[in-house]
Design a protein around this ligand. Structure first.
Ligand code: HEM
Length: 499
């Protein structure tokens, strides 16, 4: 303890002040409860079928539950194959403390393969390109500072609503036609919703239609390529970065596949960005600032930022939005009385969307596409009496916590009213710690596409409910985690036209 104490004193001045009060009680990181580890392989043996103490788990919710029940409110998982160790904190006070003190330049690791590919394999092609999801430190801060005013502008809704309504109308028509083929819809509803989410985010990012609704969208169509690449990147990143893989030492089959997907996704998005740029130049005259598309505004700030952000919107804005939309439609289908309440709100003389917004919040509480938030410590912390070193991935298991009765009354039930009732009502959402439900993340590094996503979803759901009654005729929907959450097929939705 003496050596540890001395090291701490000299290494980190800021943790000294907190250590003074913990001095005799601060326990080392190695004593945090958690799964035992093998050299190099870490705790991987615990996840083996039959013999593993935890076994394979279909989703992060299940894993978080097992570990919480086994070890309590602070759990350590050593990294596999030299990956950083992870620390799951179940007490919101604890991750609140770490997340807040990691601002204003928080580190969020992820997409190691993409970083490796850009920094080592294609260094010259990506010189000066710093995407938000993958960059860190000042590179991240500089990009974020440049794009924040463009993407978080309140006028966004006014500017893009007409275009998104046009796309939503086409989608409603498409669902009406496709619903006749129940088999197709059961297997492909997610694909159809993904076409809508890509078409929508592209019209915002590029000011152009991609043509995702073309019949039998061929595999060679650039929009189809973007959809397939986004899926491959998520699935392969999961296999390479969260399961045992030798990709850091040899180019495995999956590593070669992901490199191909990175190349194709980048080249395709750059093709669309260049097309948008061409159209802007051909227009030959300037338009008022508020009428400019996002890509036009970004291009006028900095070309590399425009390429990075345009590319990222066409990657991060597809499956996130389709998962969230399917999650909301599922609850509306399961709760016809809630659906009817939204319909009343939509058809009222002064539609406020207040209830619809509450439904989206409630659905995100129960079905978050990102089941847990993550920050990598950039310095030492003392949490719950333990010393947490620099370089540890601190996980907040938000989806799991959001479904516990100790945080929300009747936590597993879909009750949109909890977001609307007065403070005096026991259901009032404000009684819960504000860090429990964070579907769009936290602080300065939270999701930059939040407004865009909410706007797209609200517009589509409004159009759908105006035209159709939605039901679900099958067993409960299942979630699988592969880096992000996704829904397992089949989809048992039924859409019935309201005449
Ligand atoms: C309902 C849909 C969406 C959900 C639930 C969602 C959720 C998230 C979450 C949880 C994060 C991590 C935040 C953190 O670490 O604190 C994130 C980051 C991000 N999201 Fe989203 N997202 C959605 C839609 C979108 C869309 C439509 C776009 C693009 C237009 C987008 C672009 C991004 C980007 C670029 C980041 C990285 C931000 C940064 O590191 O500065 N997201 N999102």
């Amino acid at each position: 303890m003496g050596v540890l104490f001395r090291n701490l004193m000299f290494k980190n001045h800021r943790s000294w002040s907190s250590l003074r009060c913990y001095s005799s009680e601060v326990k080392p990181f190695t004593s945090v409860p958690g799964l035992s580890s093998l050299p190099i392989l870490g705790p991987i043996h615990h996840f083996l079928p039959v013999i593993g103490s935890v076994g394979p788990r279909p989703n992060f919710y299940d894993l978080a539950k097992v570990l919480h029940e086994k070890f309590g409110s602070i759990v350590k998982l050593d990294g596999i194959f030299s990956r950083s160790s992870m620390l799951i904190l179940y007490d919101p006070k604890d991750f609140d403390q770490v997340y807040r003190s990691e601002e204003p330049i928080p580190s969020r690791p992820g997409f190691d393969t993409l970083n490796y590919y850009r920094k080592n394999l294609e260094k010259s092609k990506y010189e000066g390109i710093h995407s938000l999801t993958t960059s860190e430190g000042v590179h991240w801060r500089d990009t974020r500072t440049k794009v924040n005013p463009v993407l978080l502008k309140p006028k966004l809704v006014k500017l893009y609503s007409p275009l998104l309504e046009e796309i939503a109308d086409e989608m409603v028509q498409r669902i009406k036609n496709l619903d006749k083929d129940a088999r197709y819809m059961q297997e492909n509803f997610d694909f159809e919703i993904t076409k809508w989410s890509l078409e929508s985010v592209a019209v915002i990012a590029l000011g152009a239609r991609l043509g995702c609704f073309q019949n039998d969208l061929p595999e060679s169509h650039p929009a189809r390529i973007l959809i397939e690449c986004a899926k491959d990147i998520i699935n392969l990143s999961w296999k390479l970065e969260f399961r045992p893989s030798m990709w850091k030492y040899i180019a495995t089959k999956n590593f070669k596949k992901i490199i191909k997907a990175f190349d194709l996704q980048w080249d395709t998005s750059v093709y669309f960005i260049r097309e948008a740029e061409k159209k802007i130049k051909e227009r030959g005259h300037d338009v008022p600032e508020e009428d400019k598309s996002i890509i036009e505004k970004l291009l006028s700030i900095d070309e590399k930022v425009a390429l990075a952000m345009g590319n990222e919107m066409l990657l991060a804005g597809i499956d996130t939005v389709s998962f969230t939309t399917i999650g909301l439609l599922y609850y509306l289908a399961k709760y016809p009385e809630v659906q009817e309440k939204i319909r009343k709100e939509i058809n009222s003389s002064e539609p406020s969307k207040r209830y619809l917004k509450a439904c989206l919040k409630e659905s995100l509480r129960l079905h978050a596409v990102v089941p847990a938030n993550l920050r990598r410590t950039t310095r030492e912390h003392v949490v719950a009496g333990y010393l947490i070193p620099k370089g540890i991935d601190v996980i907040a298991p938000n989806e799991y916590l959001s479904k516990l009765d100790e945080h929300y009354p009747r936590a597993k039930e879909f009750i949109p009213e909890r977001w609307l009732v007065e403070k005096s009502d026991p259901l009032y959402y404000g009684n819960c710690h504000p860090m429990i439900t964070l579907p769009f993340g936290f602080g300065v590094r939270s999701c930059i596409g939040r407004r865009i996503a909410e706007m797209e979803i609200e517009i589509l759901v409004t159009k759908l409910l105006k035209n159709m009654k939605i039901s679900w005729n099958g067993p409960p929907i299942q979630v699988v985690t592969r880096l992000m959450n996704s829904f397992r097929k089949p989809f048992y939705f039924k859409f019935e036209s309201i005449s």
